[in-house]
Design a protein around this ligand. Structure first.
Ligand SMILES: Cc1cc2nc3c(=O)[nH]c(=O)nc-3n(C[C@H](O)[C@H](O)[C@H](O)COP(=O)(O)OP(=O)(O)OC[C@H]3O[C@@H](n4cnc5c(N)ncnc54)[C@H](O)[C@@H]3O)c2cc1C
Length: 306
């Protein structure tokens, strides 16, 4: 069985950027993708914080990164990675298409936002339904929006959204936030923030963009409509790490711990992008991580004489 120098799991901005750097360093790199090439950013229609491109759809951006990466001729395997076996220095990457031996492995499998699962959510994602205030908040200048959730992310992002929105409703299923006291107090003292307590979203409605939410009061069962132009869902995010079976040191929730070289707790296994324990999950940080990880893999192979 051939041993690959670098196996990259995931083709989001982290994985594709890693492929560019790895191939330019002369590494034999294999990308593995189980879904659509490009990762999470594919689902958003407008990105305006990728340097050098004032505005583009996620699809356009990752298509250009993909074409760029494929110009360096990494191999691409369409498969689901189901495990990593071995004890180093070589690792076996187990996939639905068989096992691949690797000198180094890059975990770039990203993260998944938890969905509400209500009618209208999937259809209107990218058309008013968002999972990222930094990415999409600026599109709602002067409009009324709703944040769904009551944890730290929800209340902090609600405060961030008040920079743009004229009013931010926070819809929460309980009668107080789960968030820590400081961010909760900050949100509740902001005149643009209006909490909607004891409420859950029954559906998100609108023809080609979000027009209103249908809410249900969990105490009274009363149904009401909340007119908003945007809905930001912050009910949790999970790293895509199920296939690792806890083999790497991680933070609560499963976020992989790395050092500044993107090295994980196991030799020859690196992690990059949203799957990592990192303060910002964006394309630019994922791409930066991918570049560092690929060069770290190169130095690891060279130093170990593998
Ligand atoms: C709605 C939305 C809007 C956003 N807007 C912006 C924005 O405007 N600007 C910005 O910078 N960022 C934005 N982001 C964030 C950005 O998409 C992420 O930070 C970025 O995609 C992370 O890249 P990544 O390569 O780490 O992971 P991902 O993009 O998540 O890619 C991971 C890839 O790994 C694959 N994978 C997972 N598990 C396996 C497995 N077991 N086997 C094989 N393949 C696997 C997945 O299918 C996926 O393709 C947005 C995100 C969302 C959801």
């Amino acid at each position: 069985m051939d041993t690959r120098e670098l196996v990259i799991i995931g083709t989001g901005p982290a994985g594709l950027t890693a492929a560019i750097y790895a191939r330019r360093a002369g590494l034999d790199a294999l990308l593995i993708e189980k879904g659509a090439v490009g990762g999470q950013i594919l689902i958003t229609d407008e990105v305006e914080n990728w340097p050098g491109v004032a505005r583009a759809s996620g699809q356009e951006l990752v298509d250009s990164i993909y074409q760029h990466a494929m110009g360096f001729e990494p191999e691409l395997l369409r498969a689901d990675v189901t495990g990593i076996v071995g004890q180093g220095p070589y690792w076996g990457v187990v996939t639905t298409e068989g096992e691949i031996m690797a000198k180094t492995v890059l975990i770039a499998s990203g993260a998944s936002f938890r969905r509400l699962g209500c009618p209208g959510e999937a259809r209107l994602t990218g058309m008013g339904v968002s999972y990222c205030a930094v990415c999409d908040g600026a599109f709602f200048e002067g409009e009324e929006v709703a944040v769904i959730g009551g944890g730290n992310t929800a209340v902090e992002e609600a405060v961030y959204l008040t920079r743009f929105a004229s009013k931010v409703y926070i819809v929460h299923r309980r009668d107080q936030f789960r968030a820590d006291r400081v961010p909760s107090d900050r949100a509740l003292s902001n005149p643009k923030i209006v909490p909607v307590w004891n409420s859950v979203v029954e559906s998100i409605e609108g023809d080609n963009a979000v027009e209103h939410l249908v809410l249900k009061n969990v105490k009274t069962s009363e149904i009401s409509k909340l007119p908003v132009a945007g809905v930001f869902v912050f009910v949790g995010t999970d790293p895509n790490v199920g296939y690792l079976n806890g083999m790497l040191e991680s933070k609560p929730g499963g976020w992989i711990v790395t050092d500044s070289h993107m090295a994980t707790s196991l030799p020859g296994i690196f992690a990059a992008g949203d799957v990592r324990d990192t303060p910002l999950r964006q394309m630019i940080t994922a791409a930066g991580d991918g570049a560092i990880a690929a060069m770290s893999a190169y130095h690891y192979i060279t130093e170990k004489g593998l």
